[in-house]
Design a protein around this ligand. Structure first.
Ligand code: CTP
Ligand code: CA
Length: 257
């Protein structure tokens, strides 16, 4: 047995990690999704487990094996992710939101598969009934549109909820939940990241440029910046996602008292 240099430094800590992308149903066979692979979040959860934490991993549908020794909660939609997070953070020390949560969802998912020829007279005639094929899509000529509505922002809402006040530090004082956010950007990485750190009142924001091939969606490596509330920024080198995960827990550890 070889013990890593971090071994055991998260013993007794309860952490909640979210990973992967959410899927917002359009109809029973289709969804609005994104390219999140879940690799970063799974690496964060696995690293926390290896360092001794009790880990809840709330995951969207991904093609990764369930890590041994973590409490896995599988969700599909942003709304389900929100419910799972709210149910898990009460006695947690840390929440790391690495999931790519859909910002919008179809307002009225169709209960039936939406048909390509919806509304065309020949199809309605041959099916023998005048039914409204979809409550969501609006076919008009060759086009089709879906009305989307905004999802709640889990991290931003937690900032105003005083949740996690059950946690006591070594002196017995009640401590707020430590919240770590991610920002996957395609442009203006620095400005967007700073804005998110402030808007969501985060303890740490991990930003990456998903336009790079060695960073972000699906890659095994990541090139990230750490943004801190004291306005300092760390520019980390390209690292395996496991290395980024270790660096995140090193920073979080220094915030845990
Ligand atoms: N997040 C969240 N709830 C949402 C959307 C995002 O908790 N409904 C979290 C993400 O998990 C991430 C952080 O907020 O940790 C930033 O997500 P991001 O999509 O980059 O930020 P948004 O505020 O959604 O801004 P935009 O997508 O417009 O850049
Ligand atoms: Ca977003």
């Amino acid at each position: 047995l070889t013990l890593g240099r971090h071994s055991g430094d998260l013993v007794g800590r309860r952490v909640v990690v979210t990973a992967g992308g959410t899927q917002e149903p359009i109809d029973p066979v289709r969804y609005v999704g994104n390219h999140s692979s879940g690799k970063m979040g799974y690496a964060i959860a696995t690293e926390a487990r290896d360092r001794g934490a009790d880990v809840v991993l709330i995951t969207g549908p991904v093609s990764l094996p369930a890590p041994y020794g973590v409490d896995l909660i599988r969700i599909e939609t942003a709304s389900q992710m929100r419910d799972a997070v709210m149910a898990s953070v009460n006695d947690a020390d840390v929440l790391v939101m690495s999931a790519a949560v859909a910002d919008f969802r179809p307002a009225h998912p169709s209960p039936q598969k939406i048909k390509k020829h919806v509304g065309e007279p020949s199809i309605i005639a041959s099916s023998g009934q005048q039914k409204q094929a979809t409550t969501e899509g609006h076919a008009a000529g060759d086009g089709f549109s879906i009305h989307l509505v905004r999802n709640a922002d889990i991290l931003a809402d937690l900032a105003t909820m005083q949740i996690g006040q059950q946690r006591r530090n070594r002196e017995g004082r009640l401590q707020p939940l430590i919240r770590v956010g991610f920002a996957a950007e395609t442009e203006n990485v620095i400005a967007n990241a700073r804005d998110k750190l402030v808007r969501k009142q985060l303890d740490l924001l991990v930003a990456n440029d998903v336009m790079r091939s060695d960073s972000g969606f699906g890659a095994d490596t990541n090139k990230v910046y750490f943004f801190h509330p004291d306005e300092t920024v760390e520019d980390l080198p390209v690292m395996p996602k496991t290395g980024v995960a270790a660096a995140i827990w090193d920073r979080v550890l220094s915030l845990l008292t």
